[in-house]
Design a protein around this ligand. Structure first.
Ligand SMILES: [Zn+2]
Length: 235
């Protein structure tokens, strides 16, 4: 018997849009870190190539770091899923009756009467025994198993795509307006992403957008200040 988490409506929601939320978070990260890096350099130097190189280096470093981080964490999740499934398979082979009863208990805990729960457990087991235990006992949906490579490539590419926001802003901005261009385009993108992320998570959209925008503005402000001070002291 393996008393794993019993999925609820909430878990369901995050399962379906889990990778999308990860992508949105990676995108926030991309905008804040790349824009801050570029603003820090822009505050210290007027050299467009230097700011551009900082932005591109930030894009590459961030994408790689997201890919590695995501690969490691999703691999760990996949390993634990595999271990649970192997254990479950063993238990089903060793104690099929106890496992059937366990499944029925899960349905009873969700509101079915004993007789009906037994019937449902029996029929679902006849149809796909391991599948029923995976879904209803372990909370692992077949379609949403952890995929490390997919997770790594989604977060790396969303990071790279959104790191382009401040880079493009630099390329199209006139020299005296570089910092405001980078800051405003980045904050506008953050607000849009924050609202979208809030929508996915079922949170109030305005608050989610505001939170990430204020966070981003603070990050950019701090690096601008430090860049300014370093620029003065180094030159
Ligand atoms: Zn079981």
């Amino acid at each position: 018997m393996n008393l794993g988490p019993i999925p609820q409506a909430e878990a369901h929601r995050s399962g379906r849009s889990g990778w999308l939320r990860a992508a949105v978070l990676g995108s926030d990260d991309a905008i804040v870190s790349t824009a801050s890096l570029m603003i820090g350099v822009a505050a210290a130097s007027v050299s467009k190539p230097a700011i551009l190189i900082a932005g591109i280096a930030g894009l590459v470093a961030g994408s790689m770091s997201m890919a590695v981080g995501e690969y490691v964490s999703v691999s760990a999740q996949r390993d634990s899923e595999r271990a649970s499934i192997a254990l479950e398979r063993q238990e089903l082979a060793d104690e099929p009756r106890a496992e059937l009863k366990e499944l029925a208990m899960i349905y009873m805990s969700r509101g079915l009467e004993k007789e009906l729960a037994m019937k449902v457990a029996q029929q679902l087991s006849d149809h796909d025994r391991l599948g029923a235990h995976m879904r209803d006992e372990l909370g692992i949906e077949k379609g949403s198993r952890a995929r490390p490579l997919q997770a790594a490539s989604i977060s790396a590419s969303s990071f790279a795509a959104f790191a382009m926001v401040p880079i493009v802003a630099l390329l199209i901005s006139p020299q005296p307006l570089r910092i405001p261009f980078i800051a405003f385009s980045s904050l506008a993108s953050l607000a849009a992403l924050g609202g979208f992320g809030g929508h996915l998570g079922g949170a109030p959209i305005g608050r989610a957008a505001l939170r990430v925008t204020i966070g981003g503005a603070l990050a950019m402000g701090v690096t601008a200040l430090i860049g300014r001070l370093l620029g003065i002291s180094v030159s």
